[in-house]
Design a protein around this ligand. Structure first.
Ligand code: PMT
Length: 401
């Protein structure tokens, strides 16, 4: 069934009696998985209060183009960029006319001009107004510009007339919104990605770590989000901004990373282990800062749990993808890890070349699975991530997962 996971719906409410139904519409959109923000025209506020829609949507309602405070929060251009869909419901005859004329005389019409998002209009008005030639011409102009229409429905109207002009039912409008989106390659899949380094404490101020920046893992997260997946990053310490629609769980050590990953596994379809996890940690963490002493000291290390192998060994394992960071015999070691850790797929990258891999903008890889492989040439990590996600989606589909 079509849904709206990971979709930002900007709901424009204009001033007709059917505006009260926008409350139910917000709920229906959210039930399909959407994040909803609302713009109300001045007329709409005569029929339903912004407070109601704020409480239901969980976000401040936007009402005014010239509101300095609102512009500081999320300005109209940001709103226009944020939206994956501008849905206007109800769309009154006046609103349709102003949209058709390309006016920008309030916040809703301005955002409609400023957004590149698709637009879906749910007209609602008196049946004679709907039948009028002016409205028909406006509707033809708007649909001619690629705007989609849902409704109006026919039936008894608030004014007592009977005919076309009723706002379509909220559930029907929400489904029409969902139907506008093509399913991404991983639509609705739950993806967990480990990213960045781990830090293994020696004492309160020192740790063992590595040069992973998290860029590869975060690029995979962005590609997964773009493919429609519900994406969680379990992230070691990095200096990166996460993709808007990904959830981030911050951890420090390998053991914390394992614990968080295991908690997520019951709700995970695809697990991608991109983090550079420390294989060893200090046997003991000193409570006080280690004081300078003899010329040589010995540090005892113990093995950390292997996160990706633990996930792959789980009873209800997700499709499990590992990385292999190697400095020699890259494919031999990667194949060995694929088998030994019981992975579905492994992404092998040669980290002996300083211009790719750790902390670089670029990477190249060979992706291996049981009966196939694919070389992915040197490119930016975002582009590489998109190709990896495509390969994962293909294998997931091939395995019938
Ligand atoms: O973060 P960037 O700067 O963008 O760099 C990207 C990267 C080079 C870190 C990334 O592309 C990469 O190769 N990540 C894996 C690094 C690594 O630890 O590889 P490995 O060959 O040591 O480990 C094999 C696999 O086991 C990996 O999937 C790793 O996440 C996993 N592992 C390792 C040890 C451990 N205790 N638990 C694990 O889950």
């Amino acid at each position: 069934m079509a849904h709206l996971f990971n979709r930002n719906i900007l709901l424009g409410v204009s001033g007709g009696i059917a505006a009260y139904k926008s409350a139910e519409l917000v709920r229906q959109l959210q039930e399909l998985g959407a994040t909803v923000r609302v713009i109300m025209t001045r007329g709409a506020q005569e029929f339903i209060t912004p407070l109601t829609l704020q409480a239901l949507s969980g976000h401040p309602v936007h009402t005014d183009l010239l509101d300095a405070e609102a512009e500081q929060g999320m300005g109209h251009i940001e709103l226009a960029r944020w939206a994956d869909l501008l849905l206007v419901a109800p769309a009154t005859a006046d609103l349709l006319a102003r949209l058709a004329a390309g006016r920008a005389d309030d916040l809703l019409t301005t955002v409609a001009l400023a957004t590149r998002a698709p637009k879906l209009l749910a007209p609602a008005m008196n049946q004679q107004m709907w039948r009028d030639a002016a409205t028909a011409a406006n509707v033809a102009a708007l649909t001619g510009r690629g705007m989609a229409l849902v409704g109006p429905a026919s039936g008894e109207q608030a004014c007592g007339d009977v005919g076309p002009g009723r706002l379509e039912e909220p559930a029907v409008i929400a489904r029409a919104a969902a139907d506008l989106f093509e399913d991404g390659l991983l639509q609705g899949r739950r993806v967990v990605i480990t990213a960045g380094p781990t830090r293994e404490a020696l004492d309160p101020v020192r740790y063992i770590s590595n040069h992973s920046s998290g860029k590869m893992g975060y690029a995979l997260a962005q590609a997964a989000v773009d493919a429609g997946a519900r994406t969680t990053i379990v992230s070691g310490p990095v200096h990166l901004t996460a993709p808007d629609r990904a959830r981030v769980i911050a951890v420090e050590s390998a053991r914390q990373m394992l614990e968080e990953c295991l908690q997520l596994m019951p709700e995970c379809d695809i697990f991608i282990a991109c983090a550079a996890v420390a294989d060893y940690r200090p046997a003991a963490v000193q409570e006080q800062k280690i004081k300078k002493g003899p010329d040589e000291i010995t540090l005892q290390l113990v093995r950390n749990p292997d996160i990706v192998a633990t996930v792959a060994a789980g009873a209800q394992r997700p499709f499990t993808v590992g990385f292999a960071a190697e400095t020699r015999d890259v494919l031999t070691y990667a194949r060995d890890k694929l088998q030994r850790k019981a992975l579905d797929m492994i992404v092998a990258n040669d980290v002996s070349d300083q211009s790719i891999g750790f902390n670089s903008e670029l990477n190249e890889a060979v992706v291996l699975w049981r009966d196939g492989e694919q070389a992915l040439g040197r490119t930016g990590k975002s582009n590489l991530a998109r190709q990896i996600i495509q390969l994962i989606a293909g294998r997931v589909a091939a395995q019938g997962n």
